[in-house]
Design a binder for this molecule. Structure first.
Ligand code: HEC
Length: 202
């Protein structure tokens, strides 16, 4: 998928804040991602994440956004942090709250209820094996008709220092348009992609 220039600079800004050197970013074909994220194995990634998690949550929580404070108490749906090309080529984890209990088993055409929240935190491992917290990506299901352009999903992105990058229902809403533009592809699964097969936790 080709992203617009605005999206590219957005991603670049995110990576810069995350402490990633722009030299590691491949601008070819409109895609911006870290060229060669260190290829560390699943157990190492689990260990790195366990070490970093409190620090990450501490940063996100400064946003005062409710999900940012409590998401690590929710169910975790992936077995190890996995590389997400669509979220800046960072390692990510997927959590869902109790309302979103059907997240892992959603039938085609089914919808999660209002109040469902999905949170995806992220971190970067650079080619020099440095580790940095990344952004927190949140999707929150609103009441019917609350956000017709986004199929009643609210998209929020919080930076590692707790600052709000964008909220589709508030500040920086224009920066969040690209979220739904991509999630739209999954309209028959309530706009959700779910965890790649290899990383699904039983
Ligand atoms: C170019 C496509 C693309 C864009 C842009 C994108 N996503 Fe995603 N999103 C995905 C894919 C693919 C997955 C599942 C696999 C993964 O994690 O990489 C996903 C998963 C998620 C999930 C877990 C719920 C699910 O769908 O299973 C959340 C939460 C999320 N994205 C939030 C966001 C937010 C917030 C933005 C905008 C700041 C955003 N995404 C932008 C493709 C995208």
């Amino acid at each position: 998928m080709r992203m617009s220039q605005a999206v590219c600079s957005t991603v670049l800004a995110i990576l810069a804040v995350a402490g990633v050197n722009a030299a590691e970013i491949d601008e070819d074909g409109g895609h911006l991602k870290i060229e060669d994220p260190a290829r560390v194995g699943d157990p190492e990634r689990v260990a790195i994440y366990q070490k970093m998690r409190d620090q990450m949550v501490g940063g996100y929580a400064l946003s005062q956004y409710p999900a940012a404070k409590g998401y690590t108490k929710w169910r975790l749906y992936n077995s190890a942090p996995y590389l997400s090309a669509t979220h800046g080529n960072r390692y990510v984890n997927n959590y869902a709250n109790a309302r979103a209990g059907d997240y892992g088993s959603l039938a085609a055409g089914a919808r999660l209820p209002a109040g469902s929240v999905l949170a995806k935190d992220s971190f970067t491992i650079t080619s020099e094996d440095k580790v940095f917290p990344g952004a927190l990506f949140v999707m929150e299901k609103l009441a019917d008709g609350a956000s017709p352009d986004n199929a009643d999903w609210r998209y929020v992105m919080i930076m590692p220092d707790g600052s709000l990058f964008g909220d589709s229902m508030g500040d920086g809403a224009e920066e969040m348009v690209f979220c739904h533009a991509c999630h739209k592809v999954k309209a028959n699964k309530d706009y959700l992609y779910f965890v790649p097969k290899k990383y699904r936790r039983e």
